[in-house]
Design a protein around this ligand. Structure first.
Ligand code: PLP
Length: 384
């Protein structure tokens, strides 16, 4: 069985496991303790903070370790919006992850925020001019993801961030899927906050971080002992912090070579599927997409049926988003891109990590072609 669902989660890298293991056994102290065991843990946490800050081109004090991407998104969106001295308007996009969209819905429901969701084109891209035009003197925050989880499209966040910086509006980006594939340094950009999740990068589930520029006021979500400079109370997950920072640094070091190779393999995979499956449609941007990401619709099939057949043919993949799996509702991302309901329900996503082998790419292409053919044979009356 080969695993083609790296956008859902990844295995823990051996280097990461080696770095975090002592923090569960010998070096298990609480970083707030004043004795030597506490000091060892505090040093490990400090190392993690400096390591992550180096990759992100920010100050160590700008890093808040979290339980993952969802918490980082919640903290950025709610924390920045609620702490803003004035204004009750947020600009975002229609294709954000639910961690952002549901945080926005919460702010609208309970705090009276007005939300503008920017539309996207048929490739899933936000128009930066449209984003700039949506910013008003009432805007407290703009949040647009770096790259989309379902269709892999990379957004023009640099331009949008600059437009926000010019107007003094904080800009947050969800870089959960971009991490490991795209440069993440915020230096010289207008990016004020960025969410990262460990488990998409070779660290365990349940760890992540939020970069948030230190001068910005941030309302905490968790109140308690004042850890993370009062921005996220709770005894720190020291092993998780070391894991996400180590994974981030490794991925950053390898990024250029890994991304170039993956782009070639991705393009081969996309070409093979489009050539061999009649009526197959690529979803997301053809070139401005994540290097390890190929997503399709196969009109006339059910995506769920294709996934089952793909698994029988030896490949684990997904319909687009782990969060929406099992839902009958068509993907809001595909709907926002103008894909009709029936076509949206035929979505299949193949995502791979840096260590993918070339023969796995050919096997995945072959399995998907076989799977769609089998589903169409089983549903002879549906159009192909
Ligand atoms: N944002 C994006 C774009 C994602 O793809 C995901 C997870 O799939 C998240 C946020 C949530 O991250 P986590 O699973 O670490 O909570």
């Amino acid at each position: 069985m080969i695993y083609f669902d790296a956008a859902a989660t990844t295995p823990v890298r051996p280097e990461v496991l080696a770095a975090l293991a002592p923090l569960y056994t010998t070096d298990f102290g609480n970083p707030s303790s004043t004795h030597s065991a506490g000091e060892t843990a505090a040093r490990a946490l400090d190392y993690a903070r400096r390591t992550a800050a180096e990759v992100l081109g920010c100050r160590p004090g700008d890093i808040v370790f979290t339980s993952g991407g969802t918490e980082a998104d919640n903290l950025a969106v709610k924390g920045l919006a609620l702490a803003a001295p004035q204004g009750r308007h947020i600009v975002s996009s229609a294709v954000e992850h639910p961690a952002v969209l549901e945080s926005l819905a919460y702010l609208a429901r309970h705090h009276g925020f007005r939300i503008t969701l920017l539309p996207v084109d048929s490739d899933g891209r936000v128009d930066p001019a449209e984003a700039a035009a949506a910013l008003t003197h009432e805007t407290t925050l703009c949040t647009v993801m770096t790259a989309n989880n379902e269709v892999g499209t990379v957004q023009p966040v640099g331009e949008i961030a600059q437009a926000c910086r010019d107007r003094g509006i904080p800009f947050h980006t969800d870089a959960v899927q971009a991490a490991g594939w795209l440069p993440l340094s915020v230096e010289g950009t207008g990016i004020d906050a960025m969410s990262i999740s460990g488990h998409k990068l070779g660290a365990p589930k349940g760890c992540g971080l939020l970069y948030v520029r230190g001068v910005l006021p941030l309302e905490p979500l968790l109140h308690g002992g004042g850890q993370e400079r009062g921005r996220r109370s709770g005894t720190e997950n020291v092993a998780g912090a070391v894991a996400v920072a180590t994974a981030l640094a490794l991925a950053d070091r390898e990024r250029d070579a890994v991304a170039e190779r993956a782009r070639g393999l991705r393009d081969y995979l996309i070409g093979a599927v489009l050539d061999q499956v009649p009526g197959a449609v690529l979803t997301g941007h053809r070139t401005e997409r994540l290097p390890g990401h190929a997503s399709f619709c196969f009109p006339g099939t059910s995506g769920e049926a294709v996934l089952l057949e793909a698994e029988r043919a030896g490949v684990l993949c997904s319909s687009g988003s782990a969060c929406a799996a099992g839902s009958d509702e068509p993907s809001p991302v595909l709907t926002a891109m103008g894909v009709d309901r029936a076509t949206a329900q035929s979505a299949v996503r193949l995502t791979f990590g840096p260590s993918v082998r070339e023969n796995e790419i050919t096997m995945a292409a072959r399995a998907l072609v076989t799977a769609v053919r089998r589903v169409r044979e089983l549903q002879p009356n549906t159009p192909s």
